[in-house]
Write a protein that binds this ligand. Structure first.
Ligand code: C2E
Ligand code: MG
Ligand code: MG
Ligand code: MG
Length: 278
């Protein structure tokens, strides 16, 4: 009896695994095609509000995959696949190309892109980024690259050298999702970065438990000459609290969701709908 049940369970489990594996293989295959067509993968842009300038000052390019049958697939799904099958470099290059074309159209705006650890550790990465900027005639100071805490503090020789090359050329470096990794404040001392982006998990509780932590992060950043951005700001109350604490920039659905290029350009040109009240 028990044996039969066991076999049954195994059969169900096995079938489920088969299906997961098939789906995974299909996504890998489709992602290869998507990058070849160069139209299914494009950047969306999430505006960033500057408290100092009281207006939109920059944006973050976020990769989007419009799958022909399944609609939009989230980066949290396809970025890890791209990393695993070696396509993250092509993907990053496509997002950077899209981002450059926007910077060329909006000369006063700066732009952030996200770099995967695999990109940041790869030998040719800084030169690839800098030559792309040069091709578009864009000042490297207008580009910020968002990296993870572990990359910034990991002390890994390749990424350290690549970060130095990019920063020497004027590119800025930000730590994404700050506070979620394992680094301690003291490590920020010796690191070559320009900005911390305080993770949404802290911002969610800025009026409560997280307030002293966020205050400490902002004060630490200020003492080190770093800029701060709050990620995932969704309410007026959060926005008010963050501005009162001295946060430099705000990003989140309150200001705007990530937008397709045309909608984002309308917003920045003042013809689009402004969704924020700060
Ligand atoms: P991230 O860089 O931390 O980006 C912030 C994510 O939070 C985005 O999700 C954004 O849409 C979402 N978000 C922004 N404001 C709010 C808010 O107010 N509320 C909520 N609930 N969410 C908000 P998205 O676009 O799905 O990207 C997820 C992650 O995928 C990114 O996190 C980034 O780590 C990665 N990613 C996206 N594009 C790229 C890329 O081109 N290259 C690489 N390597 N990674 C990327
Ligand atoms: Mg980011
Ligand atoms: Mg983030
Ligand atoms: Mg994130």
């Amino acid at each position: 009896h028990a044996k039969a049940a066991g076999r049954n369970t195994f059969a169900i489990f096995g079938g489920h695994m088969d299906e997961l594996l098939r789906r995974r293989r299909k996504l890998e295959h489709d992602l290869r095609l998507a990058l070849e067509t160069r139209s299914q993968i494009e950047a969306f842009y999430q505006p960033v509000y500057s408290a100092e300038h009281k207006g939109l000052s920059s944006m973050e390019a976020l990769a989007r995959w419009k799958h022909p049958e399944e609609g939009f697939i989230a980066p949290d799904i396809f970025i890890p696949i791209a990393e695993e099958i070696g396509l993250i470099h092509e993907l990053g290059a496509k997002v950077l190309e899209d981002a450059c074309s926007v910077m060329a159209d909006l000369p006063l705006i700066s732009m952030a892109i996200n770099a995967s650890a695999l990109e940041l550790c790869s030998d040719g990465y800084p030169l690839r980024v800098l030559s792309r900027l040069a091709k578009w005639n864009i000042d490297p100071k207008r580009l910020e690259i968002e990296i993870t805490e572990s990359l910034a503090f990991g002390g890994e020789a390749h990424s350290d050298r690549n970060i130095a090359m990019l920063r020497n050329a004027g590119v800025r470096i930000a730590i994404d999702d700050f506070g979620t990794g394992y680094s301690s404040f003291s490590r920020v001392q010796n690191v070559m970065i320009d900005r911390i982006k305080i993770d949404k998990s802290f911002i969610d509780a800025v009026q409560g438990d997280s307030k002293p932590l966020i205050e400490a992060m902002i004060n630490m950043a200020r003492a080190k000459g770093l800029k701060t951005t709050a990620e995932g700001v969704e309410t007026d109350e959060q926005s008010d609290a963050l501005v009162a604490l001295g946060c430099d920039s705000l990003q989140g659905f309150l200001i705007s969701r990530p937008l397709a290029r045309a909608a984002m350009i309308d917003l920045f040109n003042g013809t689009g709908k402004r969704t924020f009240t700060v």
